[in-house]
Design a protein around this ligand. Structure first.
Ligand code: AHG
Ligand code: MN
Ligand code: MN
Length: 330
């Protein structure tokens, strides 16, 4: 209830508990888990904010399972999340873009039911030039009746099984966005008090948006239908916006409308983006805000994963804009 017109001061944890009151079966378990994520992202934010002062620029010299050069901040972000969530007790399995294999959390309680899949630092090639980067997470529940060590059976669930998803964008301000299937809500980190404060509730993606977001440098190797869509968009006075950080391009699309595409290319015939910890969480958020997400043939959230680091083409944004792309490509 607002006091004398001033909006209430709502943090992520109080928001979760308030919204979960409507779900009698929900327990504080989940908000405890989410507080591990918000803690980790505050630590990551402090490193991003001081890049250059603290030694986080540049590469480690390693190549990760994705075949990509690992940035120092990739490692810092990855370690931070593993350390923050690994001791919450209710997380049984964690899997990161940066690690070949999932982590079974030994310290977890026997009934640890949550699985956290994450991209610790998205857009990491942009760190050294001060362009927005992000963290993306997806939360599943362990499947009942399945051996706790049958990790892949627990992890390789379609996106519709997610119990929550979200991201943090480290930009002009640091914004934490999440959904538990009850709308999309956003919080801005107030550096003066070190807390995320509710700034947007029940976010809706605009029905339309004359902005398309794609790396057109690869257009010669895009599928023919995608190329025809891009030609059409230019004749229909669409704008092109492309940051090269998925979280930044998605956040703009979520708030302003439009469509983001990462189609198949010659170098990445299955697309570049990863299904489990990039496409699935952002598709859950997009649909919760009234948008849509497809791989060009089917709904992203219905894809049954075959492997942890599986890639997928991604078309995500305003429903009418995604449908328009599909009218050319499928
Ligand atoms: P990550 O830094 O986690 O590997 O993700 C990078 C991704 C994504 O952030 C962005 O949309 C895409 O790479 C950009 O790829 P291109 O440089 O090929 O456009
Ligand atoms: Mn990424
Ligand atoms: Mn990454």
């Amino acid at each position: 209830m607002a006091h004398k017109g001033r909006p209430p001061l709502v943090t992520v944890q109080s928001h979760i508990l308030e919204r979960q009151r409507a779900h009698p079966l929900a327990t504080g378990d989940f908000s405890w888990l989410l507080s591990g994520i918000t803690l980790a992202t505050k630590v990551i934010e402090s490193q991003v904010r001081r890049a250059g002062i603290v030694d986080v620029y540049g590469e480690t010299g390693d190549v990760n399972v994705q075949g990509e050069l690992v940035q120092k901040l990739d490692v810092i972000a990855n370690e931070t999340i593993l350390r923050s969530l690994g001791y919450r007790g209710n997380v049984g399995i964690m899997a990161s873009e940066e690690d070949d294999e999932p982590h079974i959390i030994k310290e977890a309680e026997d009934g640890a039911k949550y699985i956290v899949l994450f991209d610790p630092l998205d857009g990491s090639s942009n760190i050294d030039v001060n362009i927005s980067v992000g963290t993306i997470f997806s939360i599943l529940r362990r499947k009942p009746g399945i051996d706790r060590n049958a990790v892949n059976d627990h992890i390789l669930q379609p996106g519709v099984e997610q119990v929550a998803a979200g991201y943090v964008i480290y930009s002009s301000s640091t914004v934490f966005a999440y959904t538990t299937g009850d709308g999309v809500h956003m919080f801005t980190l107030d550096p003066l008090i070190g807390a995320y404060v509710l700034t947007r509730e029940d976010v809706r993606m605009p029905e339309k948006g004359k902005t398309y977001s794609v790396n057109e440098a690869y257009c010669r190797s895009f599928p023919e239908g995608t190329r025809r869509y891009l030609d059409w968009a230019k004749t229909a006075d669409y704008k092109l916006r492309y940051v090269g950080s998925l979280v930044a391009d998605f956040h703009r699309t979520l708030l302003r409308g439009g469509v983001f595409l990462y189609p198949p290319t010659d170098d990445a015939p299955e697309g570049k983006l990863r299904l489990l910890y990039e496409a699935n969480p952002l598709s859950f958020l997009a649909e919760q805000a009234g948008g849509a997400a497809s791989d060009g043939q089917r709904r992203i959230l219905e894809k049954v994963p075959k492997s942890l680091h599986q890639r997928t083409p991604l078309i995500v944004g305003s429903k009418s804009e995604v449908d328009r792309v599909l009218s050319f490509t499928s």
